[in-house]
Design a protein around this ligand. Sequence first.
Ligand code: FAD
Length: 394
Amino acid sequence: QHFPVVIVGAGPAGLTIGNILRAASVDCLVLEMETREFIERRPRAGVIEEWAVRGLEQRGLATNLLARAERHTECEFRFGGRRYRFGYAQLTGTHHWVYPQPLLVTDLVREYADVRGGAVRFEVRDVALHDLDTDHPSVTYTDPETGQQQVVRCDFVAGCDGGRGVTRTALPPERAHISRQDYGIGWLALLAEAPPSSDCVLFGMHPRGFAGHMPRSPEVTRYYLECPPGDAPENWPDDRVWTELQARLGVEDRPPLTQGRLIEKRVLDMHNYVIEPMVFGRLFLAGDAAHLTAPIAAKGMNLALNDAFLLGDALVAYLTKGDGTGLDGYSAACLGRVWDYQEFSMWLSEVYHGTSSGDPYRAGTTLARLRRLFGSPAAGMAFAEQYLGKNADY
Ligand code: FAD
């Protein structure tokens, strides 16, 4: 078996690259360890930035998204029992899109496999990469039906297997530099079968910890609660969850949150990493495989899409025209936006968690940041641009 490109992982990054390659009639094989049903339902991200939606649209991948996604123009900060609206669209002319990740993945896998005729194997095991520093790399995996090991020869491997994948372990330690940062906090990530309690995203800064409210659809709302890292979801029975959410997001002039059945409850330890460079020989990493951004600033899927646009276009240029400039500049082009979003995530984390840190000095500087956001038009504009991912390609 030979494919010009093997893509490991059918998440937003891998499927977008696959679609770009198939649109240019480049053959590729996607290898995914889960079932198709599983990846089409896995709940995660929801916020997509305007430039990323336009990038998908230019590649014929946004038809359903543009028809069904909601546009968000404001967010609201709640602290001290009061609420403060922040109209980022009015300031910048740009809005956010809310389209749950499983819907985007469903669109991308349908387009790739059913419309553009891309090859994909689900439920594969034991993916391993070989001879990446030669012109003839290969990928092996165990076929789920026969239990036989398969060997796929290729020209390039796209490592898109997320934060827990195997492709980045193929980078020799002396060739890849990994920067890590641990926030030392956890977030209890919740999905509630309850309509949103506001028309926009809410950030609650409370001495008991941060709480977030993110509308996902008219029926489903994502909530977050700051908790100790490594906390167990079992420590959070439903009534404790709702009591904390009501306390941390409660304000004087709004009714309590609309409650509903909790259909997801898991603890995320907040940490980041960046691998530099994102390339080793014929292996190109994209998305969470190369860099993780804790969901603090809702940036991970957007970065995965940025990498995928750059890598998909660069592979097409090389494989159809022999033009290697995109591949040569790939890692540096991605890392500019990656580091910009990492820095914003750190900044925003302090806004979310400073008041609950137990340190009165940090609580004081956090409240100063918030007051500046609403008191200074320049500070408001700077926040809005970073929140929306505008102008990140410096
Ligand atoms: P993934 O989506 O992780 O896809 C990787 C794929 O590879 C998976 O399908 C996996 O099954 C497969 N795989 C893994 N290992 C192997 C293997 N060994 N062999 C074969 N296949 C393998 N981002 C935003 O931009 N906005 C948000 O609002 C947002 N909210 C989030 C909320 C939560 C609770 C979480 C957890 C994340 C959130 N993110 C958000 C981050 C976003 O979900 C990720 O950044 C995004 O999924 C990255 O896409 P990816 O394609 O790189 O990786």
